[in-house]
Write a protein that binds this ligand. Structure first.
Ligand code: DQA
Length: 141
């Protein structure tokens, strides 16, 4: 199975950024551990700070990958284009947020992504990515 993890803006700063909210682990380290834990899965990681690049990556992977785990970060709350890209592709997308977006500022309660995704996980820290992966494995071929 081919599963992609796509992270949006500022998630390249995990481990350095607001560690009280997002924790101390750089994503690359977490990704390596995840790949070791799931050797039967071909995992791919992409991160961008640019909205259009995230749309292009969804389009690129969205007809050949078996699943996409997407944390659009700040674009979750603003990007109609990312929501449209998820609706356009065939690959199922699971939305993940590290923090509990519903326990934070009101503007984080709006997601342009949730309604287009098969499901959403928020507030469970980095563990959310692994749970999304387990879900995709359980439903995939
Ligand atoms: C986030 C939550 C977003 O509101 C925020 O803009 C992020 C990270 C999360 O993973 O908790 O950058 O997506």
């Amino acid at each position: 199975m081919k599963i992609a993890i796509i992270n949006g803006p500022n998630l390249n700063l995990l481990g350095k950024r607001e560690t009280d909210i997002y924790g101390n682990m750089p994503f690359e380290k977490y990704f390596d551990e995840l790949q070791k834990k799931f050797p039967q899965v071909s995992l791919y990681y992409y991160q961008s700070n640019i909205e259009g690049e995230l749309v292009s990556e969804l389009q690129k992977l969205g007809y050949t990958y078996d699943g996409i785990i997407l944390n659009p970060a700040g674009y979750t709350h603003t990007s109609v284009a990312i929501g449209d890209a998820i609706a356009a592709i065939r690959t199922p997308v699971v939305e993940v947020h590290i923090s509990n977006v519903h326990a934070r500022e009101d503007f984080r309660k709006l997601s342009h992504v949730s309604g287009k995704s098969v499901g959403s996980i928020f507030g469970l820290g980095l563990k959310g990515y692994e749970l999304a992966l387990q879900y995709l494995l359980s439903t995939g071929k």
